[in-house]
Design a protein. Sequence first.
Length: 216
Amino acid sequence: MRDPELIHPTESDVLIVTDVQYDFLPGGALAVAKGDEVIAPINKLAKLFRHVVFTQDWHPAGHASFASSHEGKAPFETTALAYGTQILWPDHCVQGTHGAEIAKELDIPHAALVIRKGGNPQIDSYSAFVEGDRKTKTGLAGYLKERGFKRVFCTGLATDFCVAWTALDAKAAGFETYVIEDAARAIDTGGSLEKARRDLDAAKVRRITTKQIAGF
Ligand code: VGL
Ligand code: ZN
C-alpha cells in the first residue's frame, strides 16, 4: 500500500549531500562527532533519489575563517570580519588536501554536480547557495531551477552549520525544503544546534527522518 504519509522521491526532487569530507569525519581537522554515521543512510537515500548534488567546503590556505589566520585567537572563538561575526575554526578543507576530499565511502556515482564553497580568502560560506557576506551567490539556485527541481532534501555535515544554512537558503530561493536529520550530524558549539533547529522551524524547513522516505 502507498502510505500517504511517506515521501516518494520523484523527478523534481534533489538530494543535497553536504560536506561529507575527511576533515569533518572522525580523525579529521574539524571532526564532527559521529560524522561517519551519515555515510550509510546517505548511501541508502541516494539509491532512492535520481538526482544528487554534492557540496564541498573548499578553502584556500590562510582562509579568514581559520583561527590560525588571527593572531591570539583559538578555534571556536569568534572575531569580527567585514560581513559580521565569524566563528573561527581549525584549519580545514584546504583546497587539494586529503582532508578536503569528499569521502570515498560515499557510493553515489550518479551525483551530477559538486558545488565548491568557501573559496574566497576573506569570506566563509556555510551555505551552498549564498556566501557569508549574504550577497555572493554560488549559482546553485539557478542550476536547481533550470533543472526543474521543486523539492530539496538536505543531508550531511554539519547539521547546525552547512546543512542548516544550505536548507535555509534553499527555502529562501523558493524550494520546498527538508532536512533529513538522521542523515546529518552536528558540531554543536555554543548552542548552535538548538539555534539551527529554531531557525529551520521558523523558516518552515521541514525536519524529517529517513523513516519518512518511501523505500528507505
Ligand atoms: C562547516 C564549519 C566550517 C560545515 C564548514 O560543513 O558545516 N562548518 N566550515
Ligand atoms: Zn569551512
